[in-house]
Every structure is written in C-alpha cells, then in structure tokens.
Design a protein around this ligand. Structure first.
Ligand code: XMP
Length: 515
C-alpha cells in the first residue's frame, strides 16, 4: 500500500508555526506536505489531499494585499481546517465578517467548548489554548456555527459540519495548547477519515528519495562532527548516494578523549562511509596560541575550519554539493507577501560561510525537522544510541572550556577531568537525563596539601545543567556522593589539579559555557 495516498496538505500563509503543524501531523502518523497558499487549484487537485489545513499568518484579511486563497479550494469536498489567519480567510471568503479585535490577544487563554463538535471529541470542556491574533470574527458565514469561545474571543471555533469546513482562532499546533494534538487527531482521523499508518520509516525512504532527486549523479561533501545532526545527515546521504558521498572529519585539537577514534570507527567500520580524517591539531593550536578572548577563539576556530575544509575539498576534486545538518529551529523564516507570498528563507549555517565561499549547493535533508524527529530518524537507520543520545558539544570544543590561553598541556588536563566526569555521570545512569555535563579548567591556581607536601595547582569546575533548548538552563542537583566521587577521582587521577568546584549558576544570568 502506498502510505502517501492518505495525505494532508498544509497551505502556508506565513505563520511561524507552520512547521509545528507539519510536525503534529507527523505525530498523528500521517503524511503531510507544506505548500505556499498560492499553490494552484490544479496542483492541489493533483496532490489529492484527504484534508487541508490553512496555517496562520502575520497578515490581516482586512489589508488590501493580504494573501488569499482560491475560493474553489473550499469547494473541492475535501475537509478544511483553518487555523487563526486560516480561519479568518475561510470566514472572509465565505462572506462572514472579520474585524479588528478591541485588543490583540496573545498568549494563553481558557477555551470553553459550548457545542458538540467532532473536532472536540474527548476534549475537556475547559482547557488552555495559545492565541496570537489581532482580528476576530464578528459575523459567521452562512451555515456556520460557533462551537467554542474564550474571554476575549466570543467566536474561537467555527464549523460547517456538512461541508466539512472548520476554523480555530487559537493554535492547536503549539505545545501550550493542552488539547491541541487531540483536536488535530480529531480533524485528521474523524473528519478526514485518514488512518494513522505513516511511520518514521517512511520518512527515511522519503528523505532518501528527495536527496536522490536533488543530487542526481552529483558528488556530495559532508562535514562530519560526530554530533547527532551531522551523523544522521551522513547516514541518510550514504543510503541515498553511497560512494558519491565523502565525509570529512577535522581533528581541530580541541576534541574530547577518544572522539576522533570513535567517529572513525562508527562511520568507517560500522557504516562503511568514505571518511577522511584530517589531523589539523597543530594548525589550530598554533593559531590559538596566546589567545584568551572567547570570541576571538570562536572566530579562529571557525575560519581555520573553513580553510582546512576547502583545502581538503580542492584536493578531492569536483564536488557540487555540501550536506549540512540544518534543523528547522535553525531556519529563520521571513515571509514576504509583496509580489506574491513566496517564502524567503534565510538559514543559519552550522558550518558558517562554507557554501558561499566554495560555490557549493546545499543539501539540507533535516531542514524541516525538529531535534527529536532527527533522533527518531537516526534510530530508524541504526545510528548507535551513543551518537543519538549525545549531549550537545560546542563547535569551538574544549577551547572555550580551557579558560584563558589554550595549550596542549592544559587541554590534556581538561580532557582527563572531563572523561572522569562523563564516566561517573554515565555510571550513575544520569547521562541521558542531563542536557550537558562537563569540566572547565580555570586560569587560577590554588594551594592544597597532598601527602605531606604543599601543592599549588589548577582548579576544575564541574558544570551540569538541564535545559530544553539551551536558551535557559538550570544547574542539576547532582547527588553529593556522586559529586564526592568525581572530585576524589579528578584530584587523585589528574596531575596538576588539586581542587574541584561545582558551578551552581543558572542561565540566565550565567551561560552554559564559561566562555
Ligand atoms: P551558552 O554558553 O551560550 O550555550 O549558554 C548554549 C548552548 O550552545 C552551545 N554553544 C555553542 N555551540 N558554537 C556551538 O556550536 C559555539 O560557539 C557555542 N557556544 C555555546 C553550548 O554548549 C550550549 O549547548
């Protein structure tokens, strides 16, 4: 059976949440595609969706240049769910009335369901929803009824159950809407009659197909860091184009113990991927010599990375494409409706500046996915759990954890301490429960006593934080016994360290990294 037969079409009016809709539809185990709201009726007919979701958007239907929808889309007999701006479009096209609300409504609101609706099957009568709108519906289109309200929106949900047209003023795709998933499930399963049959496995196949289409017979380079995103990209590309993929792993001298060996082993031996490991340790460390400013360190590492990568690429010869693990949250969307609502998408490149400089075309197979979906994709392709569950590690590596000047000796001290911390955190079963846990080497020496002798040595700070996105973080309340064990082991086993401190600052005001 073709699992793509039962699909949902999302028409995009420029909302920052459009990808969240897609993600929720995938969570419902249903295939979906996002297309601009200007997609032609002909295209829509050919696509043959079982349901159509109209996204929100920044415009107002009251503006002259507001993006519209071909009214005939509403006459296809396909169920339609309009979200926020999508609901206002429905209303506007069907001769209802949309007016500016007395007050913009933004944030949480209490939704009260007042009428029976299949959309609200199994949904509590009162629940929290997420609102973000300036206009509201003041008169329903003919044949429609209103099924729910909030304090500020007397009409928060509308429907014409016979024509299968539905509208929601709030955003069911946003996590703050408690019953959001249930509402979307109701639309998809009960109103569109689509069954949950699509799986992550199908996403692997689909993505591979897309890569093949884009790349044709071309050759692709991939900068592999060993992190989750670049690893999943490498494995996907390898599945799609095999030998025509070459991965480059650059040892910049600021990696953790065993990292280079692990990457080589995983990708060469386990996946049989063409992998070039470049030893650029001296080059990086020479450039970092005596540099203490954190931003300077970042710049040097970023630029040197590009130089080394370019040299390797030149040595390898003709490659047209560069694969990158850009995720959806990295993609900053700005949508312009001037001259047609085509989306202008700027992306933040993980490997800053490479594609422009080298005239490479980008292959970004993860750019519509969220991190947990990338992990699921990786699991589906047997990427080892060690890679999938890896804590984030910054591009500038240990250079921003050796506070002050970076030298080989100081890096070695940090590496040993860091390994002890990770080993102990893993042994305590906490590694996967913690966002990041690591060592920082401080540029101060303190007095201690070992045996009968006075010591004057380095301090290691232990940092362990929890976070959902790295934007805010809280220090982890590690058990005292574990802290004690880590401290003892570091002081006993790492020469040159006589003191360990635990960083108990949250972000903000501290950052996760010390530099
Ligand atoms: P901060 O220190 O800003 O870190 O609280 C937030 C998250 O970002 C990581 N980080 C970086 N990652 N290049 C990266 O690729 C960098 O320059 C960089 N600086 C910080 C940090 O490890 C944490 O996960």
């Amino acid at each position: 059976m073709d699992l793509h037969e039962q699909k949902i079409l999302i028409l995009d009016f420029g909302s920052q949440y459009t990808q969240n809709i897609a993600r929720k539809v995938r969570e419902c185990q249903v295939y979906c595609e996002i297309h601009p709201c200007t997609w032609s009726l002909e295209n829509i007919r050919q696509f043959a969706p079982k349901g159509i979701i109209l996204s929100g958007g920044p415009a107002s239907v009251l503006e002259r240049e507001a993006p519209l929808l071909d009214r005939r889309v509403l006459e296809l007999g396909v169920p339609v769910l309009g979200i926020c701006y999508g609901m206002q479009i429905l209303t506007h096209l069907l001769m209802g009335r949309v007016d500016p609300a007395p007050e913009r409504e933004f944030g949480r609101a209490e939704l009260m369901v007042k009428e029976f609706s299949h959309l609200f099957d199994g949904v509590r009568n009162k629940s929290t929803v997420w609102m973000s709108h300036g206009d509201r519906i003041s008169r329903l289109p003919e044949g429609f009824r209103s099924t729910a309200f909030t304090d500020n929106s007397p009409i928060a949900a509308i429907e014409h159950p016979i024509h299968k047209l539905y509208g929601l003023q709030f955003h069911p795709e946003v996590v703050h809407t408690q019953e959001g998933l249930r509402i979307l499930q109701n639309f998809i399963y009960k109103i569109c009659n689509v069954r949950p049959e699509w799986k992550m496995e199908s996403l692997v196949d689909f993505t591979i197909e897309q890569i093949r289409k884009q790349v044709g017979n071309g050759k692709v380079l991939c900068a592999l860091s060993g992190g989750v995103d670049s690893s999943v990209v490498a494995v996907l590309l390898h599945k799609a184009i095999g030998e025509r993929l070459t991965c480059i792993f650059i040892d910049n001298g600021v990696l953790r113990t065993g990292e280079r060996q692990k990457v080589a082993e995983t990708f060469r031996e386990h996946f049989h991927i063409n992998l070039i490991v470049v030893d650029a340790i001296d080059r990086f460390l020479d450039k970092l010599k005596d540099v203490v400013d954190p931003e300077q360190k970042r710049k040097i590492i970023g630029n040197t990375f590009i130089e080394v990568f370019e040299e390797e690429a030149r040595r390898l010869g003709e490659h047209e494409f560069l694969a990158q693990g850009t995720l959806y949250p990295d993609v900053i969307e700005s949508v312009s409706f001037k001259g047609g609502p085509s989306a202008v998408i700027k992306s933040h490149h993980n490997v800053g500046g490479l594609p422009e400089k080298m005239h490479l075309k980008l292959v970004e197979p993860l750019r519509e996915l969220f991190k947990d979906e990338v992990r699921a994709l990786g699991r589906e392709m047997d990427v080892p759990d060690e890679v999938i569950s890896r804590q984030p590690f910054p591009g500038p590596g240990l250079a921003i954890r050796v506070i002050g000047a970076v030298t080989k000796e100081r890096l070695d001290i940090l590496r040993l301490a860091d390994k002890i911390i990770l080993d102990e955190i893993k042994a305590a079963g906490l590694y996967k429960k913690i966002w990041q846990s690591f060592a920082v080497l401080l540029p101060v020496k303190t007095v201690g006593v070992m045996g009968d002798a006075r010591t004057y040595e380095n301090v290691i700070a232990l940092r362990a934080v929890n976070s959902t996105d790295g934007m805010t973080a809280d220090w982890v309340h590690l058990p005292y016994e574990l802290l004690g064990r880590i401290s003892n082991r570091i002081i006993n086993e790492v020469q040159g360290v006589n003191r360990v401190c635990y960083d108990i600052s949250s972000k903000p005001p501290g950052t996760i990294e010390w530099e």
